[in-house]
Design a binder for this molecule. Sequence first.
Ligand SMILES: C[S@@+](CC[C@H](N)C(=O)[O-])C[C@H]1O[C@@H](n2cnc3c(N)ncnc32)[C@H](O)[C@@H]1O
Length: 263
Amino acid sequence: MEFPIHELEDFYPGIKQARLSEEFDRYYHLETLKGYHSLELAEQNFLDFLKKGTPLAYITNQAYFYNAWFYVDENVLIPRFESEGLVELVIKNLKGNKVCEVGSGSGCLGLSILKETQKPLELTFVDLSEKALEVTKFNYQTHKYSFHPDHKVNFILGDRLEKVSGEFDLIFSNPPYVKRSQIIHDITKKYEPDMALFLDDETYEQWYRDFFEAARKLAPILLLEGHEYNLQDLAELARLMDFQKVEVTQDLNRRDRYLYLGS
Ligand SMILES: C[S@@+](CC[C@H](N)C(=O)[O-])C[C@H]1O[C@@H](n2cnc3c(N)ncnc32)[C@H](O)[C@@H]1O
């Protein structure tokens, strides 16, 4: 199938025929599994999605992250390349076995850590969205045989650490970090879950203050992904809260992206 690239470029800048063909094959394969066999209909539906600017990962229900494919749908954020840096930071800084992820979404971060480390970790996944947590569980079921056989997991529905108890060696999170007043890509805003992206400007600082306070009662290290324009302010907040080690590091595009808090 030949795709009308010129009509799609606004939504998918720089996209190539080969990539779209590959994504279509993935989509058609899934449609076939669901029992729809008409190639013509699948092509038409795929094109209709493209013309509306639907993110490819939501059309195919699959996204690639850190060496593996994950199921995604409109209830979860599409995994971002920058978050692979958070996975690496967690692996580098993790000394024990007990880990908690706040805001697990697709589960791509925590599940990649379980897979990459091949250690008997106990990982607690938390999300405020019931539907997102279902996706975390679904992806866990798909990937669990590639983890250390003695790993353990817990799934908690709740706001940040409110429902979490016990002690952890490390807590990490890629939380919602865009202020509602900040400008983001229209397509992201239209298709990805509001709850995964935004916090209100007026309560932004308090949201993080409460999160930092709760985290330091449970773990000596909190690692976060954050917005390049907001991360230095959050680092300052943590210094005012007397965290012993506060460090902002950059992603591969040299943008402030990760925050290490040690207490
Ligand atoms: C930026 S997404 C990250 C998803 C996934 N970890 C990733 O990196 O692709 C943030 C996630 O946090 C969840 N979330 C939002 N507010 C939350 C809260 N107060 N407590 C726990 N989870 C929350 C959202 O539902 C969403 O799944």
